[in-house]
Design a protein around this ligand. Structure first.
Ligand SMILES: Cc1cc2nc3c(=O)[nH]c(=O)nc-3n(C[C@H](O)[C@H](O)[C@H](O)COP(=O)(O)OP(=O)(O)OC[C@H]3O[C@@H](n4cnc5c(N)ncnc54)[C@H](O)[C@@H]3O)c2cc1C
Length: 234
């Protein structure tokens, strides 16, 4: 068991961060599908805001990548939802970790947070593809009573990870490669024919191409650019 204390630093926003990489113990790796998994590690006394990310890498491997926090602000562990990228330098190594292994972690970083005033009164629309749902899962876990809708683009139905976290009426799956009771198609196709709420805040997370297309679609439907917040994964 690793027992070193982290050199935590309080930031002026009240969150805690540690500036160097420190070893954290793996608590669990959940293999969700052939190419996606969740990595749960010890948290110790790290403080973060839902929507932030950490740099995570295999112990001693020098390389690391950013991963959005999947778990809630009050949960006793840190969890990440990760896609296994074919031949990916870091995701493939994280994928083969076992309970008790160590990973190097630095952070938290990032501003993809629910930083508007009156979080409990705002309306939010969260649009994600694949593991881009990670920050939204953290928002929902961290803010009971949040007024949100999630539109989640996935290839296959089984990619709707931890769907039970979301109230059924607040979660829409757009499944592009499998027909079923969900919307059959991409998130852009789903949004194209929908009336959109101009008073909501729109958060978009995933790959750059999807984000760019959704941004253009939203603004073409008179959603103001200052109500659209984005996080590009790749
Ligand atoms: C702020 C931020 C937060 C992120 N949060 C997450 C997260 O929560 N979960 C997560 O899975 N990834 C997340 N990423 C992506 C992650 O940092 C890595 O880029 C990804 O894991 C690939 O790293 P790798 O070393 O395995 O692949 P590399 O060896 O770096 O190979 C890169 C290749 O993988 C492609 N790629 C990267 N990510 C994906 C993906 N998700 N799907 C398909 N192809 C991809 C790139 O386009 C590129 O072709 C985030 C990225 C950023 C910038």
């Amino acid at each position: 068991m690793f027992s070193k204390l982290n050199p935590l630093k309080k930031t002026d926003k009240g969150s805690s961060t540690h500036t160097g990489f420190d070893p954290y113990e793996v608590l669990e790796v959940r293999h969700l599908t052939a190419d996606s998994f969740s990595l749960r590690i010890e948290r110790r006394d790290l403080v973060f805001k839902a929507g932030q990310c950490f740099n995570v890498g295999p112990m001693g491997a020098i390389v690391n990548r950013e991963y959005s926090i999947y778990s809630g602000e009050s949960e006793p562990y840190l969890e990440f939802l990760i896609k296994l990228v074919k031949d990916g330098a870091v995701s493939s190594k994280l994928h083969s970790l076992k309970k008790g292994d160590l990973v190097e972690v630095a952070g938290p970083y990032g501003l993809f947070t629910l930083n508007q005033k009156n979080i409990s009164q705002n309306k939010y629309v969260f649009i994600a593809t694949g593991t881009g749902i990670a920050p939204f899962h953290s928002y929902v876990k961290s803010n009971p009573g949040l007024n949100y809708q999630i539109i989640h683009g996935v290839r296959e139905a089984r990619d709707q990870h931890d769907k039970a976290t979301y109230e059924p009426a607040r979660y829409t799956a757009c499944v592009s490669r499998e027909k079923g009771e969900w919307f059959n198609g991409r998130v852009t196709e789903y949004l194209k024919d929908r009336a959109l709420d101009k008073d909501a805040y729109y958060y978009i997370c995933g790959n750059r191409k999807m984000i760019s297309e959704v941004f253009d679609l939203l603004t073409s439907k008179q959603i103001s650019g200052d109500r659209i917040i984005t996080e590009v994964f790749f």
